[in-house]
Design a protein around this ligand. Structure first.
Ligand code: PFF
Ligand code: NA
Length: 446
């Protein structure tokens, strides 16, 4: 396959596309519940540290490869490796990335389906006047109905794959452009409301005053995995977007902007959610249901809350939609590289992700006690191992490729930050990001 001539319409469009990939369930759903299970402030501190030391530099490495290769990830890695006189086996990194996004999208679609269900329930007024206990029980009953989970999973995947089949259009760029500020505004509003509740000061202390007794190698591994997950780094998905990056854009500036937005969305969501958790005397380690229970409770008490709740779920859905499209892209491009037409490739991906997603959907009922590995059921496995292990592993290889294998001139041009910027980036990746990822992965796994 030869080089692509397609480009994002503008620098801004590129930043929006990457932000669309980054901001999603990771910020609003996964961050609060994983932080809740891993001690709060210490987790937050370490995860932000990882974003700075690994997330941003490796994001640059990943996008840089796509931009230098101007092809789908596998072809780009193969072609660049050949140019550098290295082994064509680097292509396997692209295949590993496709496998990683396959696992992630399978549960991502199921959980995004929850927001469809909650959007509809909210619009129908099912939360108005409900007590905290009723809302909690309603969520448990929902999870116990595989039919409902599968229906919403199917709907979400259909929405995603339709856009993917059409090619990532200008339409989506514009939609993102319009809706991200709205999501942000709503989160600010929620955090402002949270400040008036009894749980606010406890939530702040819990999120921002670290106690380091809670720290184990596993918590550190979760924090690192989350840094990769939330930035959408390590699966070659951003590499795919890098191929369409405009010629004269600075990659470091774009990466820093995306990371700043991503972290701030997570912080706002965390403040809002934990204030409610503490105000209602709930358990921060409640698990994946955390957001779906706390937010309806919070909004039920706000004037006009049902309207805001509906708007919130709508925006969440749109945020997860843009991330899911990014998750699907590397798989589709991979199949296209094997000679499939885009429409066929999309259909194959949709069907296999749908089937894989069934495992997650049944994990809350029929398959709840089917625990094939580490005592975890299918949903617990796909929502933890790919983010915590596969993404850092992929990120590690991506970093090694960009900072050690690629010739200096090629990488420098693709970074778009001059020689000084390039050397600074390369030193950070070589001497900080790579060793740190390696050590944390090893420590967490042993
Ligand atoms: N960054 C997305 C989120 O925070 O929800 C998830 C994600 C997207 C992970 C794309 C990995 C990826 F390649
Ligand atoms: Na994110």
């Amino acid at each position: 396959m030869s080089e692509t001539l397609e480009r994002w319409g503008s620098k801004r469009a590129f930043i929006l596309a990457v932000t669309g990939a980054a901001v999603g369930l990771g910020n609003i759903w996964r961050f609060p519940y994983v932080a809740g299970e891993n001690g709060g402030a210490a987790f937050l501190l370490i995860y932000v540290g990882f974003v700075l030391l690994l997330g941003i530099p490796v994001m640059m490495a990943e996008i840089l490869i796509g931009r230098a290769g101007r092809r789908g990830p596998i072809q780009a890695l193969g072609a660049l490796a050949m140019d550098a006189g290295a082994s064509a086996n680097w292509r396997w990194l692209g295949i590993f990335g496709a496998f990683t996004v396959f696992c992630i999208l399978s549960f991502y679609s199921v959980v995004s389906g929850w927001s469809i269900e909650f959007l509809v329930a909210s619009v129908n007024g099912q939360f108005s006047g409900a007590t905290a206990a009723e809302i909690g029980a309603g969520f448990d009953a929902f999870l116990a109905s595989p039919g409902l989970l599968i229906f919403n999973h199917s709907l979400f995947l259909f929405m995603t794959m339709t856009v993917v089949a059409a090619g990532v259009s200008k339409g989506l760029e514009r939609l993102n452009n319009l809706l991200m500020p709205l999501l942000y505004g709503l989160l600010l509003l929620l955090a402002g409301y949270a400040a008036t509740t009894d749980g606010f000061s406890t939530a702040l202390a819990w999120l921002f005053l670290p106690s380091f007794e809670a720290l184990t190698p596993t918590v550190v591994l979760h924090a690192m995995g989350h840094a990769f997950f939330t930035l959408a780094v390590g699966a070659c998905a951003l590499m795919a977007y890098g191929a369409y990056m405009p010629e004269d854009q600075s990659l470091p500036k774009a990466a820093v902007a995306v990371a700043a937005l991503d972290i701030s969305v997570a912080l706002l969501a965390g403040i809002a959610i934990f204030s409610v958790v503490f105000a209602q005397g709930m358990d921060p380690a409640e698990g994946p249901g955390l957001m779906f229970v706390t937010l309806p409770i919070a909004f039920a008490e706000l004037p006009g809350g049902v309207v805001w709740l509906s708007v919130f779920f709508l925006l969440l859905l749109l945020a997860t939609w843009t991330s899911a499209i990014n998750l699907a892209e590397p798989m589709v491009v991979t199949l296209q590289g094997l000679g499939c037409r885009r429409s066929i490739a999309t259909a194959i991906v949709a069907l296999s992700v749908w089937l894989m997603g069934l495992l997650s959907a049944f994990s809350f009922s029929t398959l709840a006690d089917f625990r094939p590995l580490f005592g975890r059921n299918a949903f617990e496995l796909v929502s933890s191992i790919p983010p915590d292990v596969f993404l850092p592993l992929g990120g590690l290889m991506i970093a090694i490729f960009a900072a050690w294998v690629m010739p200096r001139a090629t990488a420098m041009k693709a970074l778009g930050a001059g020689e000084g910027g390039y050397l600074l980036w390369r030193n950070v990746v070589r001497w900080v990001s790579i060793p740190l990822t390696f050590i944390v992965l090893l420590g967490g796994l042993l």
